[in-house]
Design a protein around this ligand. Structure first.
Ligand code: AMP
Length: 195
């Protein structure tokens, strides 16, 4: 089973559209017989993605560090909950278990997870797709900053992008169709790059 990892907030955010989108993403993952890998909590958007998968009968792997298990309250409905000793072990396992990454709105934890896996891709340690869902422009400042980094000569991607961008859940649905059909191609989403 191909597994999709989501990075997203342990908060819900102000706009209810974020929670709705998170839940729908979970349902889309399950309906394509893909598995979810995520941070294991039941709080915020991360919990809503897991709810969406679970309520559609899908497979969820939650990976949570022991000290957060009580704070983020490990999700009781997940198929498998791994309790790790440290945050770094948690991230390592999330990365190892997953075939692709989808980034929804979130805070510093989401940024940290996204930047680390993108950096590893930049270093050639993996080639797994990392798709930033720029829902209602939520990640526009980050995408602009990445473009600024490229323009200022601090990121040399050549012809190989390190992140992909989707603007709508429909684009994510098309992408997940590709994954479910055995293609990990990112043809349905745009690379975050310029020259
Ligand atoms: P946030 O985006 O800040 O709401 O956090 C989302 C997820 O990232 C949660 O599962 C947090 O446990 C995790 N997280 C928070 N802070 C960090 C951090 N410094 N490094 C890695 N993960 C974090």
């Amino acid at each position: 089973m191909k597994k999709i990892c989501t990075f997203t907030g342990a908060a819900m955010g102000e706009d209810p559209i974020y929670a709705e989108c998170a839940y729908q993403l979970g349902q889309m993952i399950a309906s394509r017989q893909l598995g979810l890998v995520y941070g294991g909590g039941k709080m915020g958007l991360m919990g809503r993605v897991a709810d969406g998968v679970i309520e559609a009968g899908g497979h969820v792997t939650g990976i949570i560090p022991r000290f957060l298990d009580s704070v983020e309250i490990g999700h009781a409905g997940v198929t498998k909950l791994h309790i790790m000793d440290t945050m770094h072990q948690r991230k390592e396992m999330m990365y190892a278990e997953s075939d692709a990454f989808i980034v929804l709105p979130g805070g510093l934890g989401t940024l940290d997870e996204t930047m680390e896996i993108a950096t590893w891709r930049q270093l050639g340690l993996h080639q797994k797709p990392i798709i930033v869902l720029n829902l209602n422009g939520y990640w526009q400042h980050l995408l602009d900053q990445i473009q600024h980094i490229i323009d200022a000569g601090f990121m040399h991607h050549g012809n190989v992008p390190h992140l992909e961008q989707a603007d709508t859940l429909d684009e994510i649905a098309d992408y997940l169709d590709c994954v479910a059909n055995g293609s990990m191609a990112t043809a349905t989403v745009n690379a975050v790059t310029s020259g």
